[in-house]
Design a protein around this ligand. Structure first.
Ligand code: HEC
Length: 155
């Protein structure tokens, strides 16, 4: 749809595709109820609804114990490590990770499990198993230049 298309139109179909969960339908109903009928840019309305659909998809849980390092990283570790919050060694920053990596995989994992200074135990992911923390440490440290083998997820 182009920006020059100002004609009012019903909500585009893609907001009610099968991926849309009940929350999206509810939001769509609320938006419909609150705004004047046929008013507002449907593109803008769709983009307001879209984030809800994305969040709903993320909520789909993977059973504890079988999450990959990347999944754990995204869900738990990125909060601090992506931006280097609280002095955390930043994801992908080889200079920050080199002295950490030099301590060895076991020490890094032990510190990540018990917590170290500003980092809470398991990065705050209380339901992470030791093996899952190990996977996440491998994923994170490897982003900074390590070559640790991430323990495989058993099927
Ligand atoms: C609340 C913020 C926060 C979260 C969430 C967090 N970390 Fe950290 N992490 C830190 C900080 C801060 C440090 C640096 C601690 C220090 O050495 O002072 C750190 C350091 C580390 C280190 C280096 C430890 C060492 O011995 O040098 C590893 C490995 C690590 N984090 C892994 C993880 C993993 C894996 C996760 C997710 C499961 C995670 N962190 C989540 C804040 C966080």
């Amino acid at each position: 749809m182009t920006a020059s298309c100002n004609r009012p139109a019903p909500l585009p179909d893609r907001s009610v595709r099968p991926l849309a969960l009940p929350a999206v339908a509810l939001l769509a109903a609320l938006l419909g109820a609150c705004s004047q009928p046929q008013q507002g840019d449907p593109e803008a309305r769709a983009s307001r609804i879209e984030p809800v659909a994305k969040i709903s998809l993320k909520v789909q849980k993977v059973a504890p114990g079988s999450r990959t390092g990347e999944q754990i990283y995204q869900g738990t570790c990125a909060g601090c490590h992506a931006a280097g919050a609280l002095g955390a060694p930043k994801t992908g920053d080889a200079a920050a990770w080199a002295p950490r990596i030099a301590q060895g995989f076991d020490t890094l994992t032990k510190n990540a499990i018990s917590g170290i200074r500003q980092m809470p135990p398991r990065g705050g992911g209380a339901d992470l198993t030791d093996t899952e923390v190990r996977r996440a440490v491998a994923y994170l440290a490897n982003s900074g230049g390590a070559k640790f083998a991430e323990p495989p997820v058993e099927k």
